[in-house]
Design a protein around this ligand. Structure first.
Ligand SMILES: C[S@@+](CC[C@H](N)C(=O)[O-])C[C@H]1O[C@@H](n2cnc3c(N)ncnc32)[C@H](O)[C@@H]1O
Length: 298
């Protein structure tokens, strides 16, 4: 366990620290304070984004447009169904999806035959639409970084939290979110979530933080989660956040160029989709988002 400072300058035994060491503490502090978003700002960001676009591009990689994102979601869904489908959850089980967005993973859990599926989101924009579209599904408005929800501890056999955690830009709030997920899942139950699991130094931006695999796994362990497995969720159809800078920039530029218009975005998605399906099945790790399954041990 590394004891060093986090990006807001506090001491933390979770942090792997910045690549520059403690000498840069005042600069890190100022830089990160500028990037960190107050909670209201975070909520407003998602309210605005989902109110304007409650589709695959609203919850996906917006700059790449809806047609491309529709293909990307096909891959994400397949990986989720394949992995969550191995957990043996069925009609007698109860699952909570956190940060449901447009409800993709609510529908996946239902497709897997789970008896009770409950949705949740930070935003009124998503919750209102989900209640209209997912009839018969309970949807709760909650912030997973706050002691959350109307349920007693250990209420769920599993929780899913897909493409949500890396949008929590404050490290303490992230730790709180994992703790709350651990409280909601019963001992022996599962957490299914996606993350970027960097093997390079962490990357902070205004609405997204890619954290290191080491830091994330230490937070999970502290909360009582044991890692069962991690698989690629995507490999090429996303920002390659864990690739060398030159590859990251070149691939990001190429994706933006081919998705400049809806027809080329659709064609690029259709062309990459068969390759991406093979890559997520065959590779063990990925330079972008991966899906992790953990089990609550205590
Ligand atoms: C990138 S979208 C992903 C949506 C969905 N899980 C998916 O993968 O399609 C992130 C979602 O998480 C929600 N969200 C962000 N921060 C949250 C928080 N602290 N608690 C609960 N939901 C949050 C947003 O409102 C948004 O719907």
């Amino acid at each position: 366990m590394v004891v060093t400072h986090t990006y807001d300058g506090r001491l933390s035994e979770y942090s792997t620290g910045p690549p520059c060491g403690a000498q840069c503490l005042p600069f890190c502090y100022l830089g990160m304070m500028a990037l960190m978003k107050p909670r209201d700002d975070h909520q407003n960001f998602w309210e605005g984004r989902l109110a304007a676009d409650w589709t695959e591009s609203g919850v996906g990689y917006r700059a790449l447009g809806r047609p491309f994102n529709t293909w990307v979601y096909k891959v994400r869904r397949e990986v989720f169904l394949q992995q969550a489908g191995t957990l043996g959850l069925g009609p007698d089980h109860r699952v909570l999806d956190v940060g449901s967005g447009t409800g993709v993973y609510l529908r996946c859990w239902k497709q897997l035959g789970v008896g009770e599926v409950i949705g949740s989101d930070l935003t009124e924009a998503a919750v209102t639409r989900l209640r209209e579209h997912e009839l018969g599904t309970d949807v709760v408005q909650m912030d997973i970084t706050e002691p959350a929800g109307p349920w007693p501890a250990a209420s769920f056999d599993a929780a899913s939290c897909i493409d949500v955690l890396f949008h929590i830009t404050d490290d303490d709030a992230y730790i709180a979110a994992i703790d709350h997920l651990a409280t909601l899942v019963r001992p022996g139950g599962y957490l299914v979530f996606s993350e970027n699991f960097l093997r390079r130094p962490p990357d902070y931006s205004a609405h997204q933080v890619s954290r290191t695999e080491e830091w994330i796994t230490s937070v999970l362990g502290r909360a009582g989660f044991e890692i069962e497995r991690k698989v690629p969720m995507l490999v090429l159809m996303n920002a390659l956040v864990d690739a060398p800078a030159v590859v990251r920039k070149a691939w990001g530029g190429a994706l933006r160029a081919v998705t400049l218009t809806p027809p080329t975005g659709w064609l690029a998605g259709a062309a990459l989709y068969p390759l991406e399906r093979q890559l997520v099945r065959r590779l063990n790790t990925s330079p972008t988002t991966e899906l992790m399954i953990c089990r609550r041990t205590r």
